[in-house]
Design a protein around this ligand. Sequence first.
Ligand code: SF4
Ligand code: SF4
Length: 296
Amino acid sequence: MKKIAILSGKGGVGKSSIAASLAVMLARNKKIIAVDCDVDASNLALVLGLKADAFESWQPVQTSEKAALIPEKCTHCGKCKSVCNFGAITWDEKKGEPIFNELLCEGCGACQLVCDADAIELKKVENAKVGFGRTKYGFYIVSGQLNMGEAGSGKIVSVVKEQAYELAKKEGVEIALIDSAAGIGCPVIASVRDADYGIVVTEPTPPAFSDMKRALSVLDHFGIKYGIVINRYDINKELTEKMEKFANAHDIPVLEKIVYDKKFVDALVNLTPIVTYDKKYEKIFSNILAKVIDHL
Ligand code: SF4
Ligand code: SF4
């Protein structure tokens, strides 16, 4: 199975909307699975018209740990409080013992390491859910959602991918389309590291240009081939030209330039990928896919 990752560096450039249309077009000729790894703001299923309550299954996931006190063992030394860099430990003056704040605890384990009395345990907590459902376009989507206030999205991405690959194997899937999180942090690295090709979506604004370069450096690090899509290229043609020059100078294929069109918003509001909402976009997305498949 080949894996195509769609990433952007900066959020809000239309990544998931483009991923949805690519998935719909790709599914016309290939057996695919869509994998929504944007676990902090997963919305690919919704863009494909599949609401969370229409998923076939959701399973709770435990990938993070929180520190908890074993009161009978505590010798009240206070060492744990002094090493917590996340402000997750306060002091109960009455009892003379630490209080652990679950919401602030990052599960780093530093407090446990310094506790000579062995009075701290790290407990697994449910911090996300992973589910799958079949879209009306005939392919499955696997999606992860981090619970409110929880951290550890990189690990959740790994669970989402594991479950997606398992389902893909059963279904005889040829291509997995991975919608990565925005940025270049842990969840992005977990999303793209095993990809065969990266499609980097950007737009002609200075932050998007600089974040695109950072996203490219992640792909370079993993030796993944890539191309870029410049979305809403006509909102700043001068900067688009600069981006194209940059791409030429670095031998990066510009897979497509897409105009700014209010219909993208209308399509989103109607929970419909743009290629279904306005058929004139089919050709543009087919062109992108033809170029990507050439590189796989
Ligand atoms: S380091 Fe251990 S023994 Fe000391 S206050 Fe913290 S929990 Fe209690
Ligand atoms: S596990 Fe880390 S973050 Fe949590 S309370 Fe202990 S030191 Fe603080």
